[in-house]
Design a protein around this ligand. Structure first.
Ligand SMILES: [Zn+2]
Ligand SMILES: [Zn+2]
Length: 267
């Protein structure tokens, strides 16, 4: 079975469980590989404005890295990868690159959680969707995602249609925007993440939609799979469903990473 490349730990301030709890859960589910991808410090804000309930602090980052490396040595029956989930915030690429280059990450998940400073997936902002123009926010979200993919900072674009989280769907047909996104992912050499967390939210659907995943396949974009676990028991959640979904889109292999280099592995 493919690895779970998206899991958090209590370090981020809004997940529970220590790394070893996530490892135990992965072993229990029969996974052979698990990647930690906790939230990178909020590098685009001055330290005093960073929210400890959203991401680890910059002082904690080296400890996070050390902990993963220590666990890699401790567990011989599970391959453990050092990943990180980094937000894409326009105008801060140098600072992000500086942080990413300091540590030997196996892969970097790139996420668009903020569009024009507005947190698209925050439950606190859920009601905003009632009076926003949904077609417009989808278009803005995907333009951010495209710029993020092109930045060269990320290996994998996380939950590519996160904007659907609360179940608000566009009225306009966005097929050409999706097609353009797939083309940009392919040209930029980034993977797309198949993220099962969408099933836990009103979207009731894996990220990305089957329509978008089929376009990724059409353009030759590789994929990884992630549960976006914020609790140990969510590791590898809905893996059978993800396997069927991948098959339906025509995928026969997924990508794995070491030292930010990609290798394809049969499902
Ligand atoms: Zn999180
Ligand atoms: Zn995320």
């Amino acid at each position: 079975m493919f690895p779970d490349y998206h899991c958090h730990t209590n370090l981020c301030g809004h997940a529970s469980g220590e790394m070893e709890d996530y490892i135990a859960a992965a072993l229990l589910k029969g996974l052979q590989e698990l990647g930690f991808s906790d939230h990178l410090p909020m590098y685009w804000l001055p330290e005093s404005e960073r929210n400890p309930g959203l991401a680890m602090s910059e002082q904690e980052l080296p400890l996070y890295v050390e902990k993963v490396i220590k666990l890699q040595k401790k567990y011989s029956d599970l391959s453990i990868k050092l990943g990180i989930e980094a937000d894409y915030i326009p105008g801060n690429n140098m600072e992000l690159n500086r942080l990413l280059e300091m540590y030997p990450f196996d892969y970097v998940l790139g996420s668009v959680h903020f569009v024009n400073g507005w947190a698209v997936d925050s439950p606190a902002n859920k009601n905003d969707y009632e009076h926003l123009n949904i077609d417009e926010i989808y278009t803005d979200y995907f333009s951010y995602l495209q710029i993020a993919a092109r930045s060269g900072l990320f290996n994998i674009m996380a939950h590519p249609d996160l904007i659907k989280k609360f179940g608000y769907r566009p009225k306009k047909n966005l097929a050409s925007l999706y097609e353009q996104t797939a083309e940009i992912f392919a040209k930029s050499g980034v993977c797309a993440e198949v993220n099962t967390a969408g099933l836990r939210y009103p979207a009731r659907e894996i990220y990305p939609s089957l329509e978008l995943l089929r376009l990724f396949k059409k353009y030759g974009v590789a994929v990884t799979v992630g549960s976006d676990a914020h609790f140990p028991e969510q590791v590898g959640e809905d893996w059978e469903e993800a396997a069927l979904y991948l098959k339906e889109a025509g995928y026969r292999e997924t990508a794995v990473f070491s030292g930010r280099r990609l290798k394809m592995v049969k499902i």
